[in-house]
Every structure is written in structure tokens, then in C-alpha cells.
Design a protein around this ligand. Structure first.
Ligand code: ATP
Length: 292
């Protein structure tokens, strides 16, 4: 049996707010193996980015914590690269220089200049962007910029790739193309990936596991669905595949039946508590939008 690569244990995250502590996550437990592709899905505001930020080391859990390869995570590190929805490239640097910045940060001592140059070009080639190496972010499309963001992250040779809705802002065709590239690259490099998505098809197509989160406040892991579909995966062939359709249905049912039922139950409880003078449950409930 393979060893756990990354583990979240008993994670609680409470944010200080003017109304007092707001418990966004409560008792989140998750074990991820090396090379697994894991998606986090859940309604808006349930705490997906908070989980990702804790793994990235950008947030410190108020209870419990995250361990990567046996070491506690308490700050950001180059072995955990983050890809955001809006690529976050430096606008004044060229495509090449944006990747170079990250490569220099990680490999300044271990690679000489020529090796670094080859490595940057190799990563731009992986995402089909070598041809635009000398362009600035303002001169390329959003999809191309997102590819550069992915190349920059991969060029750091991260053992964990953290992606917060990486394709959310792209048109459907570009999105499909980048999803296919990501699947190929991940198979080749065997990185562990944790990706936040709101897209059920994207989650089923790309993932080995889908972690479905309950609605907040005090969100946690609701269901952990293993996607047992052979790779490489082909989106057209899978559209009619009975297993694919079943997995898709499982996620939809969690989001739109189970979580909705829980939500209406807790709204009724909150309403009844408020008529009895218990205002706080209602206030907390209203903080949380309903749609995924
Ligand atoms: N710094 C903060 N201070 C107070 N509350 C916060 C803070 N950061 C997040 N929250 C709250 O914690 C909850 C979880 O937020 P988070 O951004 O993790 O959700 P999400 O599932 O990623 O949402 P979305 O899908 O809309 O991006 C939300 O109710 C949010 O308002």
C-alpha cells in the first residue's frame, strides 16, 4: 500500500470577525497519496479556498494541521505551487521572464544558466507556449496566460500542484483543451494535484477522487468519491460511459439533493431558533450563498 503523501487532520479554521469568530471549517480530515488528482467541490463559500490556502501554507489552521511528506506545513514553499483562476503573471515581464522568475527562485543553486534556460523552454513547450516566449501578458489571450501560469507552476517541480478554479474564467473550448493538456502533463510528471472546481464534468473527467464538501459554516468533508475510470481519458468517449454518468450523478445528487435538504433543514432550525430569541444561527446561515 502506498504511503500517505499529504494529510489534513482535524482541521478547524475560525476567522476573527467583528461579530466574533466565524468557524469556516470544522474537523476536516483528508489523506492524499502521491500522484493523486483530487478535486474539491462544494457550494460557494463552503471553504474550498480555505482548505487550499492551508495546504499552501498561506493560512494557519486554528486547530489540527497539514502534514506533507512527514513535515508540518506552516508557511508557503516551492514544493507546493499554486495556480489561481487569474494566472497572476507579472504584467511588465515577458512570458519567458515570468517563468524564469520562479525557476531562479527554486533552482538558482542547483542549475546553471544554460540548464535553467532549457528548463524554462521545456516547460513553455509543455503547455504549447514557447512560440510566445517574448510576449508580455497584455499581448496574449486569457487562455494563453493561464497556460503560462501552469508552466510557471510546473517549472518549480512542485510535488503538489494546488489549483484554485484554474479554468473558471476561460471559454469552453480553451478550457477543454487545457484540461486535456493538464491530464497529459500530470500523467507524465506524477504530481499530486488538488484542484478546486465548480464544474461537475471537469471534476469527474480529471480526478482520481472528488472530495465533496458540506455547506458552511463549519464545513467538512461530506463524501469522498473515487473515480475509477481508466487513463488516458477521452471526454467524447466518456460522455456515454455508464460509470462516468453514474459518478456525475453522484456529485450532482450530493450538491443539489443532499446538501439542499440539509440546508433547508438547518434554515428551518435557524428560523425556529430566532423566534425563540436565538439570533446567532440565523446570522451565520445568511453568510452562506446557496448556489455552487
Ligand atoms: N479572512 C476571512 N475572514 C472572515 N471570513 C472569511 C475569511 N476568508 C474566508 N472567510 C469565510 O469563510 C467561508 C469559506 O470561504 P472560502 O473562500 O474558503 O469558500 P469557497 O468554498 O472557496 O468559496 P467560493 O467557491 O465562492 O470561492 C466563507 O463563508 C467566507 O466568507
Amino acid at each position: 500500500m502506498s504511503k500517505t503523501h499529504l494529510e489534513l487532520t482535524g482541521v478547524e479554521m475560525a476567522f476573527d470577525t467583528p461579530k466574533g469568530p466565524f468557524v469556516a471549517l470544522d474537523n476536516v480530515n483528508l489523506k492524499i497519496q502521491k500522484g493523486e488528482f483530487v478535486s474539491l467541490i462544494g457550494h460557494s463559500g463552503c471553504g474550498k479556498s480555505t482548505v487550499l490556502n492551508i495546504v499552501a501554507g498561506l493560512l494557519q489552521a486554528t486547530k489540527g494541521g497539514c502534514v506533507l511528506n512527514g513535515h508540518e506545513v506552516n508557511s508557503p514553499g516551492p514544493e507546493r505551487a499554486v495556480v489561481f483562476q487569474n494566472h497572476a503573471l507579472m504584467p511588465w515581464l515577458t512570458v519567458y521572464e515570468n517563468v524564469e522568475l520562479a525557476v531562479r527562485q527554486v533552482f538558482r543553486k542547483s542549475m546553471n544558466r544554460k540548464e535553467r534556460r532549457d528548463w524554462i523552454t521545456h516547460n513553455l513547450e509543455l503547455v504549447n507556449m514557447a512560440h510566445a516566449a517574448n510576449k508580455r501578458p497584455g499581448e496574449i489571450s486569457g487562455g494563453m496566460a493561464q497556460r503560462v501560469g501552469i508552466a510557471r507552476a510546473l517549472a518549480m517541480k512542485p510535488s503538489v500542484l494546488l489549483m484554485d478554479e484554474p479554468f473558471g474564467a476561460l471559454d469552453a473550448l480553451t478550457r477543454a483543451h487545457l484540461q486535456d493538456s493538464l491530464m497529459e502533463i500530470q500523467q507524465e510528471l506524477n504530481n499530486t494535484v488538488i484542484m478546486i472546481t465548480h464544474d461537475v464534468d471537469e471534476a469527474v473527467l480529471l480526478s482520481d477522487r472528488i472530495i465533496m464538501m458540506t455547506n458552511g459554516p463549519a464545513a467538512t468533508v461530506g463524501e469522498d468519491l473515487h473515480i475509477d475510470l481508466p487513463r488516458p481519458r477521452n471526454r467524447v468517449a466518456l460522455a456515454d460511459d455508464a460509470k462516468y454518468v453514474h459518478y456525475r450523478q453522484e456529485v450532482l445528487s450530493f450538491l443539489y439533493e443532499k446538501q439542499r435538504k440539509l440546508e433547508s433543514l438547518s434554515s428551518r432550525r435557524a428560523a425556529s431558533a430566532s423566534t425563540q430569541g436565538g439570533e446567532s444561527a440565523k446570522v451565520e446561515k445568511e453568510k452562506q450563498p446557496a448556489s455552487a
